[in-house]
Design a protein around this ligand. Structure first.
Ligand code: HPA
Length: 276
């Protein structure tokens, strides 16, 4: 079975299980489980039950799609994402985004835990992503283009929707949440970066570094979904002052930061309400 057929089968399965088609999908990165509690979940679909779907293995990541209402809006939460470093192909990593596109989702809210490269960044604050650098050495769009899904050479001049960025900023201000804005660079991982790599990323103009999000955002743009991305800054990834880092530390800070991100998203949903 080819990829297009696999995605269509998976989508048909999901469609047959749900009563309401959401226009908003939320990808829960590390520590963002808090969003689950805010959502009135009506339908839970485990990845292992979806035909042709990958299963996530990373620590702190579950493997289920949750459908329900959040702030009076129908949403689908992707609880557990697929990382390139787990050994999945870029097509597998981004299969959920294609599925969302085929379901009719129009807005993608995406989150991650990231190291702060910008000297001014203090861990524990959200960073609204304004742009990204694909430094993963691969791209989910490589291969024959599927014309019905998007164009061969998709525009990425505003990969993170400017209107959603301003809604997120307004929301953070209204809520009194301190936030940053910046460029996210994705490495493949799974190791954290060396000081020399981080120095390079600084020269490149990145503000935060992580191991996800970029493949999903590329596919979302190809599929004409509007993207809002927020990183949880969990640690200082400063080349000349680098402390040893563990995934456990990252997840702990990501939980606290995720609560702020969840509030911002909820307020952005308010601002989008009449369109959803
Ligand atoms: N590097 C890569 N990924 C990360 C980091 C980091 O410093 N912190 C959280 N995720």
């Amino acid at each position: 079975m080819d990829y297009v057929e696999k995605v269509k089968n998976a989508t048909n399965f999901v469609r047959s299980k749900i009563d309401h088609m959401p226009k908003v999908a939320v990808v829960l990165g590390s520590g963002l489980d808090v969003i689950k509690e805010a959502v009135d979940v009506s339908q839970k679909i485990e990845y292992k039950d979806i035909p042709n779907f990958p299963i996530s293995t990373a620590p702190g990541h579950a493997g289920e799609m949750l459908f329900g209402r959040w702030n009076e809006t129908e949403v689908v939460l992707m609880n557990g994402r697929f990382h390139y470093y787990e050994g999945y192909s870029m097509k597998e990593v981004t299969m959920p985004i294609r599925l969302f596109q085929l379901l009719g989702v129009e807005y993608l809210f995406i989150t991650n835990a990231a190291g702060g490269i910008n000297h001014a960044f203090v861990p524990g604050h959200p960073m609204i992503i304004t742009d990204h650098i694909n430094f993963m050495g691969d791209n989910p769009l490589i291969g024959k283009n599927v014309e019905e899904w998007g164009t061969r050479f998709p525009d990425m001049s505003a990969a993170y929707n400017p209107e959603l960025i301003s809604f997120a900023e307004e929301s953070a201000k209204e809520l009194g949440i301190e936030y940053y804005k910046g460029v996210y660079i994705a490495f493949s991982g799974p190791n954290f970066e060396t000081p020399a790599e981080l120095k390079m990323a600084q020269y490149f103009g990145a503000d935060a570094v992580g191991m996800s999000t970029v493949p999903e955002v590329i596919v979302a743009n190809h599929g004409a979904l509007k993207v809002l991305g927020i990183s949880s800054i969990t640690d200082r990834a400063i080349p000349n002052d680098l402390k040893p880092l563990t995934a456990e530390e990252v997840i702990e800070v990501a939980r606290k930061t995720g609560e702020k991100t969840a509030k911002i998203f909820e307020r952005v949903l308010d601002k989008l309400k009449e369109r959803l």
